[in-house]
Design a protein around this ligand. Structure first.
Ligand SMILES: C[S@@+](CC[C@H](N)C(=O)[O-])C[C@H]1O[C@@H](n2cnc3c(N)ncnc32)[C@H](O)[C@@H]1O
Length: 274
């Protein structure tokens, strides 16, 4: 299997349903930032009346459900994800809160969307799962209106560094990083965005955690290793459990760095504010 297939296969296994995503999101509720990440991102969307918005890799569609009271009335939402499981969860969630949206299964590398039709394209924590990032960015550029913008979030290389260091001791993280992800950390993103978009702005969100036990940390770690890709994980897991017990006994805590970047990339450098 070549690298692109590996990246795609891993993302498909990870996101056949929202279970893994939820385990990871639970951890961040324990951070020191009082503003939730979803609220912070939504604020940066700066939605205007009448805008047409496309989300790629929308997950469970929570960005829109959690902020439904702040959606301009006349907004047109198209929510997409390449996982059928996620698409059906999004449909259920938007129906529950009564938001009107078109929802489709779609690969961010092949957008079935007309040229020049979107004011805003959003891709949160998803481009690192896309094998061919330049192809996806050229699709985003194509579907944006002349003064449209693309908002992309991703993690810094220092994000969850402590968890990566722990896993490295068991030879786990190296494979994960080099084999199953595209290189789209905050530090890499400008290299992809600036050749395509003439104006790119950057914002940062920090949310650090000090854990006193491994109750939420272990499910987070488990979620990173789908059995199909890591058949040896159940053998290694008890060693991780003991290592964590040792850390908590000796140091009384485990620090986790949370560092997220948000990029606003404009299709034109002469941005017209409505
Ligand atoms: C980490 S989750 C983020 C979900 C959501 N955007 C959020 O921030 O909560 C990544 C999402 O990207 C989707 N995804 C992965 N590869 C994709 C692709 N090539 N095209 C579209 N969606 C993709 C996954 O199915 C998953 O729902």
């Amino acid at each position: 299997m070549d690298k692109n297939e590996e990246i795609s296969k891993y993302a498909k296994l990870q996101y056949s349903s929202s279970t893994n995503l939820e385990k990871r999101q639970n951890l961040w509720t324990l951070g020191d930032n009082k503003v939730q990440l979803g609220t912070w991102i939504f604020h940066h969307l700066n939605l205007q009346e009448g805008e047409h918005v496309l989300e790629l890799g929308c997950g469970k569609g929570m960005m829109w459900c959690e902020n439904k009271d702040f959606l301009p009335n006349s907004i047109a939402l198209t929510l997409t994800d390449f996982s059928l499981g996620m698409v059906s969860e999004t449909q259920k969630n938007v129906d529950k809160v009564g938001i009107s949206a078109e929802i489709y299964q779609m690969d961010a590398q092949n957008l079935v969307i007309p040229d020049n039709s979107m004011d805003l394209v959003v891709g949160c924590h998803m481009l690192y799962h896309v094998p061919n990032i330049p192809k996806s960015l050229s699709e985003i550029q194509r579907v944006l209106k002349p003064h449209g913008r693309f908002i992309s979030t991703t993690t810094s290389v220092s994000h969850i560094q402590e968890i990566r260091d722990l896993l490295l001791q068991f030879d786990l993280d190296v494979t994960l990083k080099t084999k199953y992800f595209s290189p789209y950390h905050c530090e890499d993103a400008p290299g992809f965005l600036t050749p395509v978009f003439p104006l790119v702005e950057y914002f940062e969100y920090n949310n650090n955690i000090v854990l006193k036990d491994s109750v939420v940390l272990l499910p987070y770690i488990d979620s990173m290793f789908p059995l199909e890709k890591y058949p040896k994980y159940p053998e290694i897991r008890p060693q991780i459990v003991s290592k964590l017990a040792e850390i908590f006994q000796e140091q009384g805590k485990f620090h986790v760095t949370g560092k997220i970047g948000l990029f606003i990339a404009f299709k034109s450098d002469s941005v017209i504010c409505k």
